[in-house]
Design a protein. Structure first.
Length: 189
């Protein structure tokens, strides 16, 4: 079975040069002399306030919701994001994520008069769309980094590799005329 570190190395090709710095460091795409060995356990420090953590968890599920396969929360994406920001991010790498969450929270209180973690799915989608379209201060910077963290966390998780995608160490013979309509899942390698 492929492990998360091997999958992280494959993620670098997905985002190319626009790869969010903590993901690049974790994947080994960027080497620094002071890079410590990071444990597999919980984050070394708390990155988020309780309000930010609740919002980050809610928004990660909006980026990759539960459908016929488990969503971001079931795949452990919120814990992955906090681990990446705690142990792989430089302090300046955290700024767009934390500022973006705070901007979304402020906009939720302004527009909906409730904390963003308690807004409806439609309202949460509207807040994320606002960030994506740079309708919030540094919204697009936040959204791109956050989206990369969610996708990386999901597709390097066991759920992402085995339930969303299908893992076959050797997927079989090459058949150049295989009908696309018969492809069930995309394969993880």
């Amino acid at each position: 079975m492929i492990d998360r570190r091997t999958a992280l190395a494959g993620i670098t090709a997905m985002f190319g040069t626009a790869l969010y710095a903590p993901i690049a460091r974790a994947a080994g795409a960027v080497k620094t002399a002071t890079m410590p060995i990071i444990s597999e356990g919980p984050p070394s420090v708390a990155v988020f306030t309780p309000v930010q953590r609740a919002l980050m968890t809610t928004l990660s599920e909006r980026v990759l919701p539960t459908t016929d396969t488990p969503g971001a929360i079931a795949a452990g994406v919120p814990a992955f994001i906090e681990k990446m920001l705690a142990d792989w991010a430089m302090p300046e790498d955290r700024v767009p994520i934390l500022a973006g969450l705070d901007a979304i929270e402020a906009r939720s209180m302004q527009d909906y008069k409730v904390p963003s973690a308690r807004t409806t799915a439609v309202q949460q989608d509207a807040l994320l769309t606002l960030a994506m379209n740079d309708g919030l201060p540094s919204g697009s910077v936040f959204f791109e980094a956050f989206r990369q963290l969610v996708l990386t966390g999901y597709y390097t998780s066991e759920i992402g590799m085995t339930q969303e995608r299908e893992y076959l160490p050797v997927p079989g013979e090459y058949n150049g005329a295989f009908p696309y309509s018969q492809v069930n899942k995309v394969y993880s390698a």
